[in-house]
Design a protein. Sequence first.
Length: 180
Amino acid sequence: MDRKKLTMNELNRLDVTAFKESEKLPVVVVLDNVRSMNNIGSVFRTCDAFRIDAVFLCGITAKPPHKDIEKTALGATQSVNWQYFETTRQAVERLITDNYKIYAIEQVENSIFLNDFTVEKNEKIALIFGNEVMGVEQEVINNYCHQCIEIPQFGTKHSLNISVSAGIVLWHILYLYHRQ
């Protein structure tokens, strides 16, 4: 059986204009004080791949344009809508006003495992990914989140790189929306 790699033309990639006009998942990714520009760029690229509505950059999270973000974003900062907020609290308050359900991706008491998480058809959700060391701000978890979602892990390390976490969670969310 032949398994020839597809060419760029055969992949039918959207250009930036077509991407901006396309239907998106009703999902906003919130980056809460993410310090690594490689992680930020990778999250943008993943959001482009899964047609996520927007990325909200908060606090110390770097903003495009920046060459270190572009190393991993590969142009996704041009296609994916993004906004910057001084604090994660400001971003989340805006999302709540716009009728989003807020979920932190975090290991906390009474979290829900990702494989048990569901969304309603067309439900607008925001997913908060936290700082590489400190995670999602405790104040945000306590005062704004409807629930915390945890990625089950079974090894000696109980943490994943933020860009890996975003890839896992966003693929699962894409799956949930498309199976409805």
